[in-house]
Design a binder for this molecule. Structure first.
Ligand SMILES: *[C@@H]1O[C@H](CO)[C@@H](O)[C@H](O)[C@H]1NC(C)=O
Ligand SMILES: *[C@@H]1O[C@H](CO)[C@@H](O)[C@H](O)[C@H]1NC(C)=O
Ligand SMILES: *[C@@H]1O[C@H](CO)[C@@H](O)[C@H](O)[C@H]1NC(C)=O
Ligand SMILES: *[C@@H]1O[C@H](CO)[C@@H](O)[C@H](O)[C@H]1NC(C)=O
Length: 269
């Protein structure tokens, strides 16, 4: 049964591919951004929609990219703020709300799946328990500030949040990126209503079917998928060691691919 479903998805994806041609050509000459291990964020933390929020980029842009960090939250290091700053240079206003309200998962506390404390943390910070409502407030606040359109990108925990956002808030949020998402589920793919780019690490599950489903439902080119094979889960997240050239280079490539995808699907200007 699973095999037949998989075969059907593959055949349908092939037919969709033959019927439609990609519009990505003019955005294909992307340059990957430069990331560094030692970085001082360029933006500011403001209080917005009931949360501390890191803000950077073009404050007069009507297009906002919402960053959703991993479980280590706001302060595991400047990696995700650095990615926000680089995307801001392309002309977007970029905002990263503190959905954990100052209480991220502690970095020294490795999240074993059997750990009750971790399970409680995951439940308390899940889409249904808190983030759905908070993200609604974020959208409302920036619309009040004359923002007209949103994109979203998330890391690990934030990748799962991105999938939910591209369903529930698809009238406002026009595009999304999942960097090494946690808990990716093909069922999520069936509910995604906006284009998405998927960027898992080597030890993350394969997302070929996930991407094919999006392409079938939304049209060929709606999903871009690149499975990084020499760096593990977390390579572009808050705890990634970018002093390692391989890990940093792959993070640069992932952000560059997202930039190219944005150019095609959600240009800044
Ligand atoms: C900032 O956004 C505004 C509004 O879209 C645009 O006119 C301006 O060119 C942007 N600035 C930069 C530096 O991208
Ligand atoms: C979240 O809420 C939705 C809608 O109320 C419900 O269908 C879904 O099962 C819930 N998910 C979880 C994991 O509780
Ligand atoms: C939003 O636009 C209105 C109408 O152009 C303007 O009066 C108002 O100052 C703008 N608000 C912000 C926060 O930019
Ligand atoms: C850098 O990271 C890669 C990928 O995780 C790993 O294979 C390699 O051993 C690391 N290099 C160093 C010098 O630690």
């Amino acid at each position: 049964m699973a095999f037949l479903i998989k075969l059907t998805i593959t055949l349908l994806a092939g037919i969709v591919f033959l019927l439609q041609k990609s519009s990505a050509a003019e955005c294909s000459n992307w340059e990957k951004p430069v990331l560094t291990a030692d970085y001082t964020p360029q933006g500011n933390v403001v209080f917005s929609a009931g949360m501390d929020t890191y803000e950077t980029g073009n404050s007069s842009s009507t297009k906002v990219l919402i960053a959703v960090y991993d479980i280590y939250g706001f302060n595991p290091g400047p990696n995700i703020m650095q990615i926000c700053d680089r995307l801001g240079e392309y002309g977007y206003r970029v905002v990263m709300p503190d959905f954990f309200h100052g209480e991220p998962w502690r970095r020294e506390h490795y999240p074993y799946p059997t750990d009750d404390e971790f399970r409680n943390f995951v439940k308390a910070t899940s889409w249904n328990e808190s983030v759905r409502e908070d993200l609604g407030l974020v959208l409302q606040e920036y619309k009040r500030q004359n923002v007209t359109e949103f994109g979203i990108f998330g890391f690990c925990f934030g990748g799962k949040i991105t999938a939910h956002a591209l369903d529930t808030y698809s009238s406002d949020i026009k595009v999304g990126a999942q960097f090494h998402p946690a808990g990716a589920d093909v069922y999520d793919a069936t509910r995604i209503k906006r284009p998405a780019i998927l960027l898992p690490g080597a030890n993350d599950p394969d997302m070929t079917d996930y991407c094919n489903i999006i392409n079938i439902l939304l049209g060929q080119g709606s999903c871009v998928y690149h499975h990084f094979t020499d760096v593990n889960h977390g390579f572009s997240g808050g705890t990634a060691n970018w002093a390692n050239d391989t890990i940093r280079t792959r993070a640069e490539e992932a952000v560059g691919m997202f930039e190219q995808f944005l150019c095609d699907k959600f240009p800044a200007i």
